[in-house]
Ligand binder design. Structure first.
Ligand SMILES: *[C@@H]1O[C@H](CO)[C@@H](O)[C@H](O)[C@H]1NC(C)=O
Ligand SMILES: *[C@@H]1O[C@H](CO)[C@@H](O)[C@H](O)[C@H]1NC(C)=O
Ligand SMILES: *[C@@H]1O[C@H](CO)[C@@H](O)[C@H](O)[C@H]1NC(C)=O
Length: 400
């Protein structure tokens, strides 16, 4: 309050200095006199105001000192004490009114109105946002994960890192095999049996892409391979596997690709996922081992539909997948087992962690290089210590 007054008077002096003509060319002494007088009035007003405030504070200090002194003697001077309390109550009330008034002056009507308006606008925006998300995640799908039912090792290779998958959307029986975490070679097997039996006929087709991928986050979506373009921070390539050409490309916004998605997956900066609702990207937020960010991508136009900051940390994470619009993040302490889902995120907020049982994966020697859900056959495709694994799942209907 005092500081504000002093600031105001300092401002006045400055203003006056600006208005006063330099003494030499003071053509109109009347004008100067007038300004001087106005300034005196303002100054006196300020002075009075300041003095009043000072007096108030002094009075209050003295009064409270008196009260505490009286309180010490209140056994013997009950009457003094009583009337003092009454007076105090009145004065406090008055002071409160003064303070309220000052407060009122500070936050003018205009301010309050605009704050109300901002709040209303914000609420409206939130409601619209929620509606948009509801529409976005409106596939007829209401399963939630209850457990890992079984593990099947489909194939064994020597490579620690890589990814493998079937088309998550189309009915194609083909199996795609991407060895390592940086390469441009995709092996295409005619079907699961050809993949499992390897050297038998028909042999896999070797597709050399015109660009290389980075990490193990690739997905195949309706005949297109989506992958993080090696050598870029945040570029996603949509690759036409039939024509063997780049169909389209996009940049994931928001400083994506500066940090690993999962602490224990040493080359994946952008993970992609497909579930019943479509295509997603999972990436890290700002900071090393920050929180995971979930971004929904329209696979046709490669537009970003929406983005969510999740509470799931990238520290100690090894992989994640989406099932029915819910993100499940797999963690393992220090990269060793047990592998356990300890963080889930539901953008619609229907599932909370309390609704889920303890979700453990069968013990494996190392952390997973990738775990991807396939909404078509509703199982997980994973890579662990060179083994290509299928996890069958136990699900149940969401509670709501
Ligand atoms: C405090 O007490 C003194 C003497 O007892 C009295 O003169 C003075 O008015 C009191 N001050 C207030 C603010 O009540
Ligand atoms: C969601 O889809 C169902 C049909 O699948 C439809 O009846 C409903 O209106 C949709 N809701 C929204 C919010 O789009
Ligand atoms: C790319 O992968 C192929 C086989 O899939 C392998 O022969 C080749 O050495 C790899 N290249 C690099 C640079 O790792």
């Amino acid at each position: 309050m005092m500081a504000a007054l002093w600031r105001a008077s300092a401002l006045l002096v400055l203003l006056l200095a600006a208005f006063l003509p330099p003494p030499k060319c003071a053509q109109d002494p009347g004008m100067v006199h007038y300004i001087y007088q106005r300034f005196r009035v303002l100054e006196q007003g300020l002075e009075k105001c300041t003095q009043t405030t000072r007096a108030y504070i002094r009075d209050f200090q003295e009064f409270s000192k008196n009260i505490s002194m009286m309180l010490g003697r209140c056994q013997t001077h009950t009457n003094d004490y009583k009337s003092a309390v009454n007076t105090l109550a009145l004065r406090v009330e008055r002071a409160q009114r003064e303070i309220d008034y000052l407060q009122y002056l500070r936050e003018s009507d205009v301010c309050i109105e605009s704050e109300d308006k901002t709040l209303a606008e914000k609420l409206l925006q939130e409601a619209e946002e929620e509606k948009k998300i509801q529409t976005l995640l409106n596939a007829s799908c209401d399963n939630m994960l209850m457990g890992i039912k079984s593990l099947k090792i489909v194939k064994k290779t020597m490579d620690t890192h890589g990814s493998w998958m079937k088309d998550a959307i189309s009915n194609s029986p083909k199996v795609y095999f991407l060895i390592g975490s940086r390469n441009n070679t995709v092996w295409e097997f005619a079907n699961m049996r050809a993949f499992m039996e390897d050297s038998t006929k028909p042999p896999p087709r070797k597709l050399i892409l015109t660009l290389s991928w980075q990490g193990t986050g690739q997905v195949v979506y309706e005949g297109f391979l989506f992958f993080h373009n090696q050598g870029t921070a945040n570029e996603i390539i949509k690759y036409n596997l039939q024509k063997r050409t780049v169909e389209d490309r996009m940049l994931l916004p928001g400083g994506v690709g500066r940090a690993l998605v999962y602490q224990h997956s040493p080359s994946t900066y952008i993970d992609l996922a497909v579930d019943e609702h479509g295509l997603w990207a999972i990436h890290s937020g700002p900071g090393t081992y920050g929180h995971l960010v979930l971004t929904k991508i329209e696979p046709g136009t490669l537009g970003v539909e929406h983005s969510w900051d999740t509470p799931c940390r990238s520290q100690d994470a090894e992989a994640s997948f989406l099932l029915c619009g819910v993100l499940y993040v797999v963690y393992s302490s220090g990269g060793q087992g047990p592998h356990r889902i300890t963080c889930t995120y539901d953008p619609l907020g229907t599932i909370t962690e309390q609704d889920l049982p303890k979700l453990f994966f069968p013990r494996r020697p190392r952390s997973h290089s990738m775990i991807h859900y396939n909404p078509r056959d509703k199982q997980l495709y994973a890579w662990n210590e060179g083994s290509q694994i299928i996890y069958k799942l136990q699900t149940k209907r969401k509670l709501s």
